[in-house]
Ligand binder design. Structure first.
Ligand SMILES: C[S@@+](CC[C@H](N)C(=O)[O-])C[C@H]1O[C@@H](n2cnc3c(N)ncnc32)[C@H](O)[C@@H]1O
Length: 385
């Protein structure tokens, strides 16, 4: 044990040498924090634009919850579908939504300010780009509804950061987040439906970027109700398919494939990938929106098991939203970072982190493949040599 030292005996701390970048940051932050500078910058022609953009960005951060609740109200009231046939006058909308006219107008104006609706010169309201996009993607509405649980879990974000609560609304919603092998059939229906609805958007983007024409059998691990495999089957009629998911989810997938007449082309395996052994026979394995749900202690053995299940030359594909995606940084680090923390399992990873994990598991030829909408899913492939 080292002898205790007194204050006077301690060697003087070496002066911290700050690089130019740190000194510049300190100077800039000190300047920007000054109310006098802010006032000046908001008026000076060369800085006015930056000052306004920063003020707006900070206000948007403060108001984000309110914007989300405006969207939530539109979804709950089914406002976008009401306006799908064409614009309506505010009084008509108020009657149809059973809202007092002045409250309906507050909602309509709020939605118009957020580019969900547009106000025509005659005073009627119709769909704007974002509202129309909501019609085309019903899974976004399902996600908006689902967010009421996330917001409840985030009501005290500091408490969430300090202690890992035993149970949150999201950990109950995603029963596998707790790591238990047993999940009841009735506990998977809600999340499997939500995933199946949103998978339609992802599958097309991922399969556009994933070369499967030289593969014979694709296994989708954590494949949910099979929506990704349905699309793979449609595009690649020569492929046989396997799906692995927890038993009640695999059963839902099996029922879907059976009613679609897939016969022996697809096999659904009910089991847990945490057991370390995966079904053999596939020369391509996909993990779509699966890896980010799990801690490193689960993902590392999972990737080793994927490696072991593939033949030489076998292909693995990881597709999910990734941290550090250019232009979508808050989606990875802020949204998924806090979502997964509330769920109690997993973390958003960068493409570089996933690539390092693949390398560690024994894979080679690790490549990032560009996808159409990287903020929804990026794709990394690798091979077993
Ligand atoms: C976020 S969902 C993604 C589903 C699907 N891949 C998609 O993108 O729509 C994660 C899936 O992994 C499955 N899963 C979670 N833990 C698992 C485990 N230990 N073994 C097998 N599947 C598991 C879940 O049941 C769920 O279907």
């Amino acid at each position: 044990m080292p002898a205790a030292t007194t204050q006077s005996e301690r060697p003087a701390a070496a002066p911290v040498r700050r690089g130019w970048r740190e000194r510049w940051l300190a100077f800039r932050n000190g300047t920007v924090a000054s109310p006098a500078f802010q006032r000046w910058a908001a008026g000076f022609p060369l800085t006015r634009g930056i000052a306004r953009r920063n003020t707006r960005a900070l206000f948007d951060l403060c108001a984000g919850f309110v914007y989300a609740q405006v969207l939530f109200a539109c979804v709950r009231l089914d406002l976008f579908r009401l306006l799908q046939p064409g614009p309506l006058a505010p009084e008509v909308i108020a009657r149809r939504l059973d809202l007092p006219p002045e409250r309906a107008l507050t909602l309509l104006k709020a939605a118009a300010s957020l580019d969900l609706l547009t106000r025509l010169p005659d005073g009627r309201f119709g769909l704007a780009d974002l509202g129309a996009a909501m019609i085309g993607n019903p899974s976004i509405a399902a996600m908006v509804e689902h967010h009421s649980m996330l917001y409840a879990d985030l009501a005290d974000p500091v408490a969430l950061l300090r202690d890992k609560p035993d149970r949150t609304r999201l950990s109950a919603y995603w029963p596998y987040a707790g790591g238990g092998a047993e999940v009841a059939a009735d506990s998977v229906a809600a999340y499997s439906g939500l995933m199946a609805a949103s998978q339609a958007m992802i599958a097309g983007d991922v399969l556009d970027a994933l070369l499967l024409s030289d593969r014979a059998c694709l296994m989708d691990i954590g494949g949910g109700e099979g929506v990704f495999l349905f699309e793979a089957a449609r595009r690649h009629p020569h492929l046989t398919l396997k799906l692995l998911d927890l038993p009640p989810v695999a059963e839902r997938a099996r029922a879907r494939f059976e009613s679609a007449g897939f016969g022996s082309r697809v096999t659904c395996h009910g089991g847990s990938f945490r057991e370390g052994i995966l079904p053999n026979g596939a020369d391509a394995i996909s993990l779509v929106r699966v890896v980010h749900d799990h801690d490193d202690s689960v993902v590392e053995p999972l990737l080793r098991a994927v490696h072991a299940a593939l033949p030489p030359g076998g292909l693995v594909a990881i597709a999910e939203p990734m941290a550090g995606t250019s232009g979508a940084e808050p989606i990875g680090d802020a949204y998924f970072g806090f979502y997964l923390m509330a769920m109690g399992s997993g973390r958003p990873r960068t493409a570089a982190e996933l690539s390092a994990m693949l390398l560690e598991a024994g894979f080679t030829d690790i490549r990032e493949r560009p996808t159409r909408r990287p903020l929804l899913a990026k794709l990394i492939t690798a091979k077993r040599t």
